[in-house]
Design a protein around this ligand. Structure first.
Ligand code: GTP
Ligand code: MG
Length: 497
């Protein structure tokens, strides 16, 4: 047993300390502390994994399933076979324990794993509500070392502990990453150009009419600016709810987080902005608030929570984007390309985090793959890859640093066949729509492997129901049925196992 030498070492020290005088006790206590420090230095190996993704991409469900399946694997259940096989490569008995690390004195709220599991495992199962703020949680994997020199040292001091630090946050905030690099002037020009295209123009009609009458060089009028801000926010909300659009900035206008509406957030994009606004003008105030927003987002999210991550899982609701139509698909594609470019180190805004010593591996995941039958899942993975072609060419070094997946965190369907009106049989998934009593067959449509052609959007037979989660053990003892989470982890952290 790898832990035995550590335990023997500690009990010898304790026996001496108990039997000796105060001086000896002091020396031996110091030795004990040194031993613990050495153990910490050699065996504590944190890997900070950020699970990122646009809103509704499936982050919270993914984290809940990941934790349930890791904990179940720790008790010997075969919940994550590809990950287990990766660990067992170095010897069958290496995995010793997986546990949730108790919360310390962190100021960030803890990810409510038991609560989310209980909701999904309830007699009337429920998906988690939208995430409104940051939450963190840590898992510790005790895995015995291999046989190299470092392995021997680790075995002497104890069992290596791989710490997975996981972060959940509102997906909308991710799109502030490209915004951090812009001035109010540039951001306004790009945002308004997008807003004047359909379908945004319909959702933003009232706001666009408002700014047509605004002269930003006039003296700032707070009531007027607040009105503009409210109209802009309402336009973003309509773009999200009515058109399924995702490239919506700033993220905190849609999901506030703990610090509620504060004056620095009362801004909007405007036309005719001077390059150097006069002091006290509308342009000046909008600019000051935009800069304050960026500073706040950096200080309270990107620098403090986001930047320190070594590995990224980027979740994309690719099927949802296909379902929502051409504008939504292209919007998601645009958002993912910009985020991928930032992650790949194209942007100078987060130098440590992006490339270099920062992000080491990225996994792009098309989520909710249980909506399509097995035969289409390879297509979905290919489409995911096509969507982030930017990341593929600019990954943080080497082809195995970027991987692509089609996965389902909670498999809520079963594969099957259904007779079509013309007599032939088609692969389908069987699922029970939320609120319905019976499962029915669904054929969501063909998943293209590259950006869909024009003809795809005219034949709108693509259906994407919200399915009821399957029966889940409320204690999570057997994990949660999933598709492909093990492969994602094996690709993402396999090099550290
Ligand atoms: N069938 C199926 N549905 C899923 C799966 N994962 C997520 N969903 C659906 O997608 C919805 C959104 O999932 P969440 O995990 O809450 O998404 P999120 O990214 O945390 O969303 P925000 O908190 O709003 O950013 C859920 O309510 C489910 O309806 C899955 O693996 N299978
Ligand atoms: Mg969430």
């Amino acid at each position: 047993m790898a832990g035995a030498p550590r335990r023997v070492g500690r009990s010898v020290i304790r026996a001496f300390a108990d039997g000796g005088g105060p001086a000896l006790r002091g020396v031996l206590n110091t030795a004990g502390r040194l031993w613990a420090t050495l153990d910490g230095l050699v065996n504590d190996r944190p890997i900070r994994v950020a699970v990122t993704g646009l809103s509704r991409s499936g982050k919270t469900v993914f984290l809940t399933s990941l934790i349930a399946n890791l904990l179940a694997m720790g008790t010997g259940r075969p919940t994550l076979p590809a990950l287990r096989a990766r660990i067992d490569l170095g010897g069958k008995e290496r995995l010793r324990n997986i546990r949730l690390v108790p919360a310390r004195a962190s100021t960030t709220p803890r990810f409510d794993y038991p609560g989310k599991l209980a909701d999904m495992a309830a007699p009337q199962p429920q998906w988690p509500a939208r995430t409104e703020d940051l939450a963190e949680i840590e898992l510790e994997l005790e895995i015995r070392s291999g046989n190299g020199i470092l392995g021997q040292i680790r075995t002497l001091t104890g069992t290596p502990r791989l710490r997975l630090e996981l972060l959940d946050y509102p997906g909308e905030w991710l799109l502030d990453l490209p915004l951090l690099n812009q001035t109010h002037l540039k951001w306004s020009a790009e945002t308004l150009a997008r807003l004047r295209e359909k379908p945004r123009a319909d959702a933003a009609a009232e706001f666009l009419a408002f700014i047509a009458h605004i002269d930003p060089s006039r003296a700032a009028d707070d009531a007027l600016i607040q009105r503009g801000h409210r109209l802009y926010k309402a336009a973003l909300e309509r773009c999200r709810s009515e058109h399924g659009l995702r490239y919506l900035q700033p993220g905190r206008f849609l999901t506030m987080g703990a610090r509620n509406d504060a004056p620095f957030m009362w801004f909007f994009p405007a036309d005719n902005l001077p390059a150097s606004p006069a002091s006290g003008s509308i342009a000046d105030l909008l600019n000051a608030r935009f800069e304050a927003y960026k500073t706040d987002m950096r200080a309270n999210f990107f620098d403090t929570h986001f930047r320190a991550f070594d590995r990224q899982i980027v979740l994309v609701d690719t099927l949802g984007a296909l379902h929502a139509g051409r504008a939504a698909y292209e919007d998601t594609e645009h958002a993912i390309a910009d985020i991928a470019a930032c992650l790949a180190g194209e942007s100078p805004i987060l130098p440590r985090f992006l490339g270099g010593a920062g992000i080491e591996r990225v996994a792009f995941v098309a989520t909710k793959a249980d909506h399509v039958p097995e035969l289409h899942r390879d297509n979905l993975r290919a489409l995911m890859r096509d969507m982030v072609h930017l990341a593929a060419t600019h990954g943080p070094g080497g082809s195995d640093t970027v991987s692509y997946h089609a996965a389902a965190s909670v498999v809520s369907t079963t594969d099957g066949w259904a007779d079509q009106p013309d007599g032939h049989r088609e692969p389908v998934v069987w699922g029970r729509k939320i609120g319905e009593a019976q499962a029915r067959p669904y054929r969501v449509g063909n998943v293209p492997i590259t950006r869909p052609p024009e003809s795809f959007w005219s034949g709108r037979y693509f259906e994407l129901p919200s399915f009821t989660p399957p029966a889940i053990d409320p204690h999570g003892a057997n994990g949660i049925p999933h598709l492909g989470l093990d492969r994602i982890l094996a690709d993402l952290i396999g090099d550290r196992l």
